[in-house]
Design a protein around this ligand. Sequence first.
Ligand SMILES: C[S@@+](CC[C@H](N)C(=O)[O-])C[C@H]1O[C@@H](n2cnc3c(N)ncnc32)[C@H](O)[C@@H]1O
Length: 195
Amino acid sequence: MSQVLDRAFGHPRGLLGRLGGALMAHGNAETERRVVEVARITSAETVLVLGPGPGIGLLAAAERAATTIGVDPSEEMLARCRDRCSALVEGGTVELRRGDAEHPGQPEASVDVALSVNNVQLWPDRAAGFAGLYRALRPGGRLVLSAHEKWLPVSRHRLADEVAAAGFTDLQTWVWQPPGRTPLAAQLRAYRPAE
Ligand SMILES: C[S@@+](CC[C@H](N)C(=O)[O-])C[C@H]1O[C@@H](n2cnc3c(N)ncnc32)[C@H](O)[C@@H]1O
């Protein structure tokens, strides 16, 4: 990824990061909301939103869940999330923290749902990232992941194999075409096995 794209979208920072955040809030909004729908979040659940960027999916999840935790390595994006969810942050139902897929900073088995939209292509070590999300999920908890198919570093079927190798089960993968000109999304859902 070029340095400019990385500053705008990959690891958003500075002016380019703010611009990238605004573009993502517009272009990826339907996918973010779609993933929240697919996850079927209930009002008693705790949700981890990985790489929320400007926070569209974070807000949609927080409107359904008991507690929602946004984890992103970018201070710039965490600030956008704080702005978008300010009332919920103040009310204590949205928490925001710096972290990444490998180190979400979440206690073992503490969340019901983990959501990841358009960031798996940025993880430096996907096996460690999936292991980090697996640890954070309670037994029976679910992962829903989406990424622009054209940016995936491996096919979605290969990605599903990697998810299975981390211990997840009941895997499903499919593609979804967001409205407008947003590229085709590769998506998957998987579960940490119930004990
Ligand atoms: C392309 S943006 C996507 C943002 C939002 N989910 C969307 O679809 O509009 C990627 C986001 O993932 C974050 N990110 C980068 N590396 C990450 C990692 N290793 N783990 C989790 N998130 C990461 C970035 O800071 C950024 O907020």
